[in-house]
Design a protein around this ligand. Structure first.
Ligand SMILES: Nc1ncnc2c1ncn2[C@@H]1O[C@H](COP(=O)(O)OP(=O)(O)OP(=O)(O)O)[C@@H](O)[C@H]1O
Length: 114
């Protein structure tokens, strides 16, 4: 699937946020909840909804993995997957915004299922 198609999929189904909005929802990236191979995850709130904001680390490899994840979550809908609320694609700043899961990331949830 081409990146333009992935973007189309995201744009039609998910909310787009500016980087300024990401800073507002995370209180200027105040609380780090985790770190993955290509992103740092921050705690945030959009009104009453708790969110996990996964900010892409600035690296080419990270960019590829980020695109792969965006493609995956945009296409696959499964009740056990963390739900994607929206994304930020604002110049150099890219983020995926998920529902916050108090009990950790979805791989921990999956390990209880399989
Ligand atoms: N939706 C979420 N709600 C709460 N915490 C989260 C959420 N998503 C990720 N985290 C936290 O951030 C950490 C990093 O997540 P991330 O998805 O970036 O990396 P990973 O799955 O651990 O590894 P990889 O980068 O290889 O995919 C997780 O281990 C978890 O603690």
């Amino acid at each position: 699937m081409a990146y333009s198609r992935i973007k189309e999929e995201l744009e039609s189904n998910k909310q787009e946020f500016t980087y300024a909005e990401v800073l507002t929802m995370t209180k200027n990236l105040e609380r780090v909840v985790g770190k993955g191979g290509f992103a740092t995850v921050y705690y945030g709130r959009i009104d009453d909804t708790e969110v996990a904001v996964k900010m892409l680390s600035p690296s080419a490899q990270g960019y590829l993995q980020f695109k792969a994840e965006a493609k995956f979550v945009a296409v696959v809908h499964h009740k056990f997957l963390t739900s994607l609320i929206g994304y930020c694609d604002d110049g150099e700043k890219m983020a995926l915004i998920y529902e916050y899961m108090a009990n950790g990331d979805f791989s921990k949830h999956l390990s209880g299922i399989f």
